[in-house]
Design a protein around this ligand. Structure first.
Ligand SMILES: [Zn+2]
Length: 561
């Protein structure tokens, strides 16, 4: 753990997550007795089959300095930016949370689930507002992204101006909100930006990102031509996309049914935040779908990632009570296929086709645009801000590398570009920006919404059970005579089919009996150097490994009554 810095007057920058991975964004800015936390998100886990729902940063560093933590500032309402705030608050960090209007509503909804967090001091900021702290002055700047009310932060610090872009793109025609005001960044650039930290997600894409409004024309053609029901799946947080569906439905005289709990919730919150005006009068219940001609109904649905038991997966399997697809219906998957989810999504698309529907998705149809800046926009951001130092953030390692190279191309000296990953401790002064140390282990695996940690040991055990199966052995003996009263019984799981199992179990029982007899004879000779249960465990494991090629978890019990 780091206590000493090389420069006491340096600003310490510590990414707890989001650098070297997409997700779990959390950045600490620390100056003397004050810490600001920019974003605090989670990472959806690819270990769901072991019960790990998601991953959050390890907050030890903050907990050890909890009196210094003065604010959590959320740049926008995506889960990878706000999803771990409740965990940080529950860990005993007691400070206000600053968020934009829509982010505030999402946060309140999340914190409602935790009784003692419902009183959290959430301070809603307006775009352009400056929030003063002891050593920092944070000015929020509206940026375009795939969720409304997204902000970049211009932070005046004692060592100089630091810009954190949050997630952004430069959209000349967003459906909601203003266009990104380049002059604000240009002005900061003229005043002098010491450090820029910028979103790296789409650095591999060379074309300028498409505007959100492109979707409007695409959807209009498709909605107008619909012969049957139209189902649109998207992220429930994409209020701008929803707004376009509502607007078109009004224009084309169609009704909208909402499928999925978060979709219902976020349409409500979107209206509360001042978007989706008049949406209420357009919404029908799922039960009412049958009361309308099919081509006059649009279903807005969650489940675009093929999530287990999500609304769309149930529709695809024909198991949704109210939404049944048939020939002539169209499904528009208006979202990105997040890496890692391709198999589940592919399966879902196959099943949607099996229901008779036509399915359109990003790889064959332009019905989704990304919310992240591509190379030309990232270059513009670098050129506007003209930072002395640069740290690429929000991206997998290769994205950070490419973004570093881009920064070098626009003229930032290579020695002023810091390629850091989560856990690195960076020190920034007027004249230097460098990694000075590294925190140990930086992530916590979370089981379930209540946030129970899963330790590495448990995870290893689950993996072991899943991959190699389990053998349970029970034997009851008379404590005095050591005669076997019951057993040995052997049960196996996940090792072999029934017929083979019977065969294996027969021999395994004989093996346990043999070990037990050996133990007895040692006792009779007055020299026991054998741990009976442990020997049974080792022998059974060896036996099953020889027979099946797997080393199962063996749980032997010898009860002496
Ligand atoms: Zn985002």
């Amino acid at each position: 753990m780091i206590e000493q810095t090389t420069f006491p007057e340096a600003l310490k920058i510590l990414p707890l997550g989001g650098l070297g991975e997409i997700g779990m964004n959390c950045m600490i800015l620390e100056y003397q007795d004050e810490i600001l936390v920019v974003d605090c998100g989670l990472l959806f886990s690819d270990l769901e089959h072991f019960g790990v729902e998601f991953v959050i940063p390890d907050f030890t560093y903050l907990i050890e300095r909890k009196d210094k933590v003065k604010a959590i500032i959320a740049t926008h309402g995506h889960e990878d930016h706000i999803g771990a705030i409740s965990f940080l608050l529950k860990a005993g960090i007691n400070c206000p949370v600053y968020a934009s209007s829509f982010t505030t509503l999402l946060l309140k909804e999340k914190l409602k689930e935790h009784v003692h967090l419902s009183a959290t001091d959430i301070r809603t900021f307006k775009m352009g507002e400056t929030i003063p702290f002891t050593h920092f002055k944070v000015t929020t700047v509206s940026v375009n992204h795939s969720i409304v009310d997204s902000a970049a932060l211009i932070i005046d610090t004692p060592v100089g101006k630091v810009i954190h872009t949050g997630d952004f793109k430069i959209d000349p025609t967003p459906f909601y909100g203003q266009t990104l005001d380049k002059s604000v960044f240009a002005k900061a650039g003229q005043e002098g930006v010491l450090l820029l930290m910028s979103d790296s997600t789409n650095v591999e894409r060379c074309e300028h990102s498409m505007s959100e409004s492109i979707i409007y024309q695409k959807f209009e053609q498709l909605f107008a031509a619909a012969q049957g029901l139209t189902l649109v799946s998207m992220f429930a947080s994409n209020v701008g996309r929803m707004g376009q569906v509502f607007s078109l439905a009004k224009k084309l005289n169609k009704k909208i049914a909402l499928s999925g709990r978060t979709m219902e919730q976020n349409v409500r919150l979107g209206m509360e935040a001042g978007y989706l005006k008049g949406a209420q009068s357009q919404v029908i219940s799922l039960d009412e779908i049958r009361d309308y001609p099919r081509n006059e109904v649009i279903v807005l649905s969650t489940g675009s990632q093929g999530e287990y038991r999500s609304a769309l997966v149930r529709v695809a399997c024909g198991e949704h009570r109210q939404v049944k697809l048939q020939a002539g219906d169209t499904v528009l998957m208006s979202s990105k296929f997040i890496p890692g989810n391709e198999r589940a999504i592919g399966q879902m698309i196959n099943n949607l086709f099996k229901q008779g529907a036509e399915v359109l998705y990003e790889s064959i149809h332009d019905i989704h645009v990304s919310g992240h800046a591509t190379r030309p926009e990232l270059k513009q951001m670098l050129e506007l801000c003209k930072p002395k130092f640069f740290i690429p953030i929000h991206g997998e390692y290769r994205h950070l590398v490419h973004h570093s190279k881009l920064a070098a191309e626009v003229g930032i000296p290579v020695e002023n570009i810091v390629l850091a990953t989560s856990g690195d401790v960076i020190e920034l002064t007027e004249n230097s920006c460098k990694i000075v140390d590294r925190l140990e282990e930086g992530r916590v695996l979370v089981e379930g919404r209540d946030g129970k940690d899963i330790s590495k040991v448990i995870l290893k055990e689950r993996r072991q059970l899943g991959e190699k199966g389990v053998v349970f052995s029970l034997m009851v003996r008379n404590a005095e005579t050591r005669k076997i009263i019951a057993g040995p019984e052997i049960i196996t799981r996940g090792l072999a089919d029934q017929a083979t199992e019977n065969e294996l179990v027969y021999h395994a029982k004989r093996l346990v009996k043999k070990v037990s007899d050996e133990y007895d004879s040692q006792v009779e000779q007055g020299a026991v150097d054998m741990d009976l249960q442990e020997t049974i465990r080792v022998e059974l494991r060896r036996y099953f490994n020889a027979q099946t090629g797997k080393k199962p978890t063996v749980l032997p019990i010898v009860l002496d009554l």
